[in-house]
Design a protein around this ligand. Structure first.
Ligand code: FAD
Ligand code: SIN
Length: 525
């Protein structure tokens, strides 16, 4: 099946790229599972943009670099932040119903931001954005949307299944989840927008499909990745034995929510960051909660916004209020039990300002990339923004250079002659659970070299087992995800072992100091 451009992923990054490309080219968008299955649909807080007269781009740049602990690339930070107001404008024109007050966009506040600058749709911004982008894509005759396709690998000269030999990417092999057939989707240009790897951890706010497929596919095809040790833990995920991954937006703290130790009944952020308190960057707040939980032997801490008027709370956080009411918690009068959980993959496939990766024919955007924007810790609500800016950048670069892109060569069909149906699905479930558990226990918020080495040893054993399984049996989505999850875990642990300092999200008891000069951890395949 051949289109001009293949886009892998139907979240904010993929659909932004597709819509811009479709002005001139025919685009195929593939998505694993449903078209709304990525993190985009779950985003709550909003999108950061300088829109207030009292705010400046320089303020937003400074806040981003403070949160990122100096590991950010300043040129990238400026590139993204200066394009934020235009991105918001385009989304408004697509019909995203951002909250307004007296005609102006309402700006909320989140941790690490020195000003109110978060544009939002109540506390369900992601859903509104996903819906608007998807409706526009569905209405565009140049875009074909194919859900239910799990991409297995990029088609490259290195792959051994094609006739070209130069590492050029010519699309991807994808499993049709319904028929079980593997299709070759061939294109002159491919945009990877497959999201993060959050599900490598036992507790994560990310949806089920965030298994690092994009990062693993690019790595196997020969692209470098960087800063994979910088895994972000959100401080406030709902603590509930039945509901495992429901986020309580940082905007609750932005609008006055206080963190309380349930044992002492006291606010505790004053012991960790007395100036910024609950609005310190995420790494600081998540570590503080982790320390309180460990020190007092708690299950969770409390987030309390009950001192605000009930109508204010319900109006600002209708989605959270509804969810909590269903669980018997009234957030207007009661505290919310919360724990930290994995939330965002700061590292990923290295891209330039034109969204190009190392591989000819492959561009990438969104959470699967490392663009230099986030550094050692992403500032709240900068992620959707990165998707819009880099989705657009990828499209512009592909369109500008279209005439120089070579035609794809003949591509071989997927070869299934040496595999059979699996007779032991239990291997997948067992390994999946094992990875997520040791990543949480050994490669979590606070690390040590010994724990990282333990994780590395287990990954070595599991890799041999999973590769053997992959080589013997027909692919399924579960197997594709397990293979990628393991690859992502390996990249995270290898990167963490190479960083001999504590910076941003990477905190290790063996190297607590921060080096004077910030350096990226770059892994080369
Ligand atoms: P995603 O939206 O995750 O989309 C990935 C796409 O790739 C999906 O369509 C998926 O099906 C597809 N895919 C994956 N693997 C394959 C494969 N093998 N084959 C085919 N398709 C594949 N950021 C903010 O800026 N503001 C917020 O308020 C905010 N809130 C958040 C709340 C939650 C609960 C979470 C989890 C994240 C939040 N984030 C927020 C982060 C932000 O939502 C994500 O970083 C962003 O949406 C990622 O967009 P993306 O397009 O890169 O990937
Ligand atoms: C949140 O609403 O707290 C999430 C915001 C983000 O991840 O940027």
């Amino acid at each position: 099946m051949s289109h001009d451009v293949l886009v892998i992923g139907s979240g904010a990054a993929g659909l932004t790229a597709a819509l811009a490309l479709a002005e001139h080219r025919r685009v195929l968008v593939l998505a694993k599972g449903s078209l709304t299955g990525g993190s985009t649909a779950w985003a709550q807080g909003g999108i950061a943009a300088v829109l207030d007269a009292g705010d400046t781009f320089e303020n937003h740049v400074r806040d981003t670099m403070i949160a990122g602990a100096g590991l950010n690339d300043r040129e990238t930070v400026e590139f993204v932040i200066e394009r934020a107001p235009d991105s918001i404008d385009r989304l408004s024109k697509l019909g995203v119903p951002f909250n307004r007050e007296a005609g102006d966009l309402h700006l909320t506040r989140e941790g690490g931001h020195s000003h109110r600058r978060i544009v939002h749709v109540n506390d369900a911004t992601g859903w509104a954005v996903q819906e608007a982008l998807l409706n526009a894509a569905k209405a565009n005759p140049n875009i074909t949307l194919l859900p239910g396709r799990s991409c297995i690998d990029l088609i490259t000269g290195r792959h051994g299944r094609t006739y070209s030999g130069d590492g050029h990417v010519w699309g991807a092999y994808a499993l049709d989840e319904e028929t079980g057939r593997v299709e070759a989707h061939v294109a002159r240009a491919t945009v990877l927008a497959a999201g993060g790897a959050g599900r490598v951890y036992q507790f994560s706010t990310a949806p089920r499909g965030a298994t690092g497929d994009g990062i693993a596919m690019a790595w196997r095809a020969g692209a470098r990745v960087s800063n994979m040790e910088m895994m972000q833990f959100h401080p406030t995920c709902l603590y509930n034995l039945d509901v495992k991954n429901f986020l309580i937006t940082e905007a609750v703290r932005g609008e006055g929510g206080r963190l309380i130790n349930p044992r002492t009944g006291k606010r505790f952020m004053e012991f960790y960051d007395p100036e910024r308190m609950e609005l310190a960057p995420r790494d600081v707040v998540a570590r503080a909660i982790d320390a309180e939980i460990k020190r007092f032997g708690l299950d969770c801490v409390h987030l309390d916004i009950s001192h605000q008027p009930p109508e204010f709370v319900r109006e600002h956080f209708p989605t959270i209020d509804e969810k909590l009411s269903g669980l018997g918690i009234d957030m207007t009068t009661q505290p919310i039990p919360v724990v930290p959980a994995q939330h965002y993959t700061c590292g990923g496939v290295i891209v330039g300002l034109d969204a190009r990766t190392d591989l000819p024919g492959l561009w990438a955007a969104g959470e699967c990339t490392e663009s230099g924007l986030h550094g050692a810790n992403r500032l709240a609500s900068n992620s959707l923004l990165e998707c819009f800016v880099f989705g657009e950048a990828a499209a512009n670069d592909i369109l500008d250079g279209w005439d120089d892109l070579p035609e794809p060569p003949a591509i071989r069909e997927w070869d299934e002659s040496r595999v059979t149906d699996s007779d032991e699905e239990v291997v997948i479930k067992q390994n999946w659970t094992e990875i997520r558990r040791f990543m949480w226990n050994y490669v979590g918020i606070v690390r040590t070299t010994k724990r990282l080495e333990r994780a590395a040893n287990r990954i070595r054993l599991l890799k041999a087992e999973v590769e053997d399984y992959y080589g013997s049996f027909r692919v399924t989505t579960d197997l594709i995800e397990l293979r990628n999850l393991l690859q992502a875990a390996d990249l995270i642990v290898q990167s963490a072992l190479r960083r001999h300092e504590s910076r941003g999200l990477h905190y290790t008891l063996d190297h607590p100091a921060t080096d004077p000069v910030a350096k990226d951890t770059v892994l080369v395949p």
